[in-house]
Design a protein around this ligand. Structure first.
Ligand code: HEC
Length: 147
């Protein structure tokens, strides 16, 4: 019995690093997934800004959380060996101006955190959310290929 249990443990221990390695091996897929989640999270607030959807504080806060969590992970998902392939839209500028690029993620995260505190109702949403969203286009203009 004991031997079976330790064999199972060993198998689990051997399998675990393999899975995390597999994730590291595909940073393009991983970063696209996070950035797509940014796009999805931004849809509802975007419509609220245009008055096409009723203001919903919970959805706004959820989007701001998504940005904060994602921007913490994104800088690490642009390693030197991920400049091409996997349908990436990242421009070479990402690696040429790495510090500036990573700084823009940091700024988005910080702006999202500030907005999370500042936004309490529709008025503050209309005031604060566009400042956060300006970070998206600001970075895409320089670092993302237009297709
Ligand atoms: C610091 C730079 C930066 C910021 C800030 C940024 N993005 Fe991006 N975004 C990129 C880059 C680079 C890509 C291309 C990634 C790739 O294809 O490898 C991208 C891709 C995307 C994609 C396409 C994902 C896919 O499915 O391929 C969406 C959607 C997106 N961003 C939305 C957003 C939204 C919404 C925000 C703001 C909340 C935002 N991004 C903020 C750099 C940024």
């Amino acid at each position: 019995m004991l031997r079976i249990a330790s064999a199972a443990l060993l198998t689990a221990a051997l399998l675990m690093p393999t899975t995390s390695m597999a994730q590291n091996l595909d940073p393009i897929k991983e970063r696209k997934k996070i950035l797509k989640s940014f796009g999805d999270a931004t849809k509802a607030p975007g419509k609220m800004l245009k008055n096409e959807e009723t203001f919903d504080l919970a959805k706004v806060k959820a989007a701001l959380k998504t940005y904060q969590e994602g921007t913490a992970k994104l800088p690490a998902l642009f390693p030197d060996d991920s400049k091409t392939g996997g349908d990436t839209e990242a421009l070479p500028a990402v690696w040429e101006k790495k510090q500036d690029f990573e700084g823009l993620y940091k700024k988005l995260g910080e702006d999202a955190k500030k907005a999370e505190e500042a936004i309490t109702d529709e008025i503050s949403f209309l005031e604060e959310f566009p400042k956060v969203a300006a970070n998206c286009g600001g970075c895409h203009k320089i670092y993302r290929e237009k297709k």
